[in-house]
Ligand binder design. Sequence first.
Ligand SMILES: *Cc1c(COP(=O)(O)O)cnc(C)c1O
Length: 374
Amino acid sequence: MLPYGRQSISEDDIAAVTAVLRGDWLTTGPAVTAFEQAVSELAGGHRAVSCTSGTAALHIAYAALGVGPGDEVITTPMTFVATASCAAMLGARVVFADVDYDTGLINPAAVDAALTERTRVVAAVDYAGQSADYDALQPLADRVGARTLADAAHSVGGSAGGRPVGDLADVTTMSFFPTKNLTTGEGGAVVCKDPVVGQRAHEFHFIGLVRDPSRFELTDEGPWHQEVHEYGVNYRLTDLGAALGLSQLARLAEFKRRRTEITARYNKAFADVDGLRTPVQRDGVDPMWHLYPIRVLGGRRREVFERMRAAGIGVQVNYIPVYWHPVFARQGYKRGLCPNAEQYYAEELSLPLFPALTDGDVDRVIETLVELVS
Ligand SMILES: *Cc1c(COP(=O)(O)O)cnc(C)c1O
């Protein structure tokens, strides 16, 4: 079965990880420091905190932004559940704003209509790898004193308006799961424009430990002393993962080039095929295409999914609207809440897209799909 996504591991990647195994630190050593520095440089120079997953990154980000009971977090239903569930776990009420039917990205007008004085965060998702419209979202959030969050699990390595992902929203979260744009095995990062939020993110992912003597409340314990002011968790990335990530970052431009090439090949092949709708790219965005979300029209998505799988092509569907998950549905979120997202979901099919896909693989996907729908 041709997978829909998979990691690309080079001999250099392997050498980078084995060098860590032979060294002195398995975790929270020089590789983590260097990886956080490199992620920061990729992401506009802001503080980067590495962590154990994209889900952990979202939990850290919402916690660092002070999200809690009484707050509302506005987000998109066209995402992986963690974008919403991590805010809900902290006690916030999640408010879903519908997406644009063309792009699957959160619609700023829908966000505008959902804003209240309780809105703490507006969390967009860079669906499929193109950035949401932060130029429109930021002033909306600012109006009520909320912060913007970019769930950039798909878009790491992309940019918009000449600014890199990481510089577009107040806080940006990344995932380094194997199918994503680069990998650390499991892993993620939080990038924060506000250094105070960045320090809170660091402490939350580091058990809440405060190590700066100038902030100590207990002052005569001794040189071993560290103390906790707020609860935290241990979401630290290992040096093994960080070394892999650092090596992968050196290959990110090459990954982007190949993902762009494959996307163009699909776009060209499907442009005039009845029954299919190719992805729509926003003006001014330079995406890092993570998914190739084609739309299958005429109510045939499920049939086409099953026949593609039967032909050995590992298609996927991204995503079931988040509020359809029983954990949200039981709280009273109703089907029909976000009609564009529901229609998008009903038609969406993610085709294989990863750097090692050959032109021959791509052509086989194209031929199989065109034959199925014609
Ligand atoms: C993958 C993903 C996450 C979660 O990342 P993990 O590393 O798998 O925990 C969150 N949001 C989106 C949009 C994702 O695609």
